[in-house]
Design a protein around this ligand. Structure first.
Ligand code: CS2
Length: 472
């Protein structure tokens, strides 16, 4: 079967209304955005927003997609002239969209010079990033700072550097990281970055499961073309950005395509991280332990659904500011239930040691400080400990993908069967839980209680117990 690319797509002339193609001249598009982290999320979120800007006749929003390390997808997309198809699954049915905003790809580890040159190119205006929680280290900042230094040396304007990762204060964190690295080299450079570049905080949302062979087969059926970059996602998307741009006129440009540009993203960011991502992490760990494969499989189980509903309603919502929280919660449950998404629990469970501090801890601390109970998160913490044994309740083993996997699994195994010992050891990991929680006696007691119940009666029966308790 021929591969999807500019030439083969041109032969796809009469297409059904369930397919949309780029209507703009792709050869007139130029790279205005350097994106770091060429994963599924970027390609079904920001790249589709830039595609919409291109559809509206704004040719400066083409993207150079930079994979940080892995070469396979970047190279495959290059052979496809950057084209790939996204299957959007809504309640009304399936729709395919071929995205044209990706002009070129490269791999940072293999071609750092190309990335630096792109950051320093006159036409470049933005950098966007989806490098995951663990990507925010000195190596990332060094790459960015090198590009920004070249830009400054060439006498060019600063850039908007927009982090799109699920971190609290993502823009401010990235700015601090870059300024620290720059200041070590040259204080004038740090001053230039601080005054000429903008690092807006943002909240990004769209559920985009990692692609599987299924999307490639579906794309082949729909187009008669082989698409190594095919993806599936939901219809819903949200991008809330802080009104902080190197070029202030970008605020209106982004608003025109549905981006919510606001003074303060905090209420949106907190609601999303704690409600959506917090529930995701809880379901991912529970699914891994109980052996159900996807989020949709989980919320189809009444007890799991009740648990997630209870976690959000009792523990999370009372400490949030976003308006219309009950509607937000119900919409999330409906999104989780989307059967077309096949969002694997093991994908979401990846890097849980970095996700728990962002997704659960603020909720937990708010509740403990207010003297409120914390049963759902005590249960979730116990499930995480059971998850670390790396085998489900049917004794099927699974791999744990996490920078701390080895150390955490060693602790969990050393205390296997001993709930109190496990809880003391694992809640003592300060990089995840902080220093203070281990001394919150009521909390550690409840985590121990739930781990003991999970060991004694299994996760399913323990879940029924925590749900029953939460009703009172
Ligand atoms: C998920 C997120 O994998 C994960 O950790 O919780 O990727 C989630 O699907 C997105 O943040 C939704 O916007």
């Amino acid at each position: 079967m021929p591969a999807l690319n500019t030439a083969t797509l041109a032969t796809f002339a009469s297409h059904p209304s369930s397919v949309s193609l780029p209507r703009y001249r792709r050869d007139a598009v130029h790279v205005g955005v350097v994106h770091l982290g060429l994963g599924a999320f970027h390609r079904a979120h920001q790249a589709m927003v830039f595609d919409r800007l291109l559809q509206d006749g704004n040719p400066r929003w083409g993207v150079l997609g930079v994979a940080m390390r892995s070469t396979e997808l970047a190279d495959a997309l290059k052979l496809q002239d950057g084209l790939y198809a996204v299957q959007v699954a809504s309640a009304e049915g399936l729709h395919w969209q071929v995205v044209g905003s990706l002009c070129d790809t490269c791999v940072a580890a293999r071609e750092p010079g190309k990335v630096v040159a792109a950051l320093a190119a006159p036409a470049t205006r933005w950098v966007t990033l989806t490098v995951t929680e663990k990507g925010y280290g000195p190596a990332l900042a060094e790459l960015l700072v090198q590009g920004l230094a070249a830009r400054r040396a060439a006498g060019l304007d600063g850039l908007t550097v927009a982090s799109c990762d699920n971190l609290s204060d993502n823009g401010s964190k990235l700015q601090r990281l870059c300024l620290d690295v720059a200041a070590q080299q040259d204080t004038a450079l740090a001053g230039w970055i601080a005054s000429r570049c903008a690092f807006p905080n943002s909240m990004v949302d769209r559920i985009v499961p990692a692609a599987t062979a299924r999307q490639r087969t579906d794309a082949a059926l729909a187009f008669g073309l082989d698409d190594a970059g095919a993806l599936a996602t939901e219809a819903f998307w949200e991008w809330v950005m802080e009104d902080r741009f190197a070029d202030p006129s970008d605020a209106a440009v982004m608003r025109a395509v549905g981006v919510n540009v606001v003074e303060d993203v905090k209420p949106f960011e907190e609601a999303k991280l704690r409600m959506l991502n917090g529930s995701h992490t809880a379901m991912a760990l529970l699914g891994a332990v109980q052996g159900w494969p996807t989020v949709a499989d989980g919320v189809a189980r009444p007890d799991v659904r009740q648990f997630v509903h209870g976690l959000m309603t009792q523990m999370v919502m009372p400490h949030l500011q976003r308006p219309d929280l009950p509607a937000y919660r119900d919409a999330l449950l409906a999104r989780f239930a989307n059967p077309a998404l096949q969002h694997k629990v093991h994908q979401i469970a990846t890097d849980s040691s970095l996700k728990i501090p962002l997704r659960w801890l603020p909720t937990l601390n708010d509740n403990l400080q207010a003297g409120q109970g914390a049963e759902p998160l005590a249960f979730a913490a116990a499930i995480w400990m059971r998850y670390l044994l790396a085998e489900d309740e049917q004794d099927r083993g699974y791999a744990i993908s996490d920078p701390q996997a080895e150390a955490l699994q060693t602790l969990a195994r050393a205390h296997r069967g001993d709930a109190q010992g496990t809880v003391q050891a694992l809640l003592g990991v300060a990089s995840i839980w902080g220093e203070a929680l281990l001394h919150e006696e009521r909390w550690t007691r409840r985590v121990t209680h739930w781990l003991a119940r999970i060991q004694a009666v299994g996760a399913g029966a323990a879940l029924v117990e925590v749900n029953a308790l939460a009703l009172h």
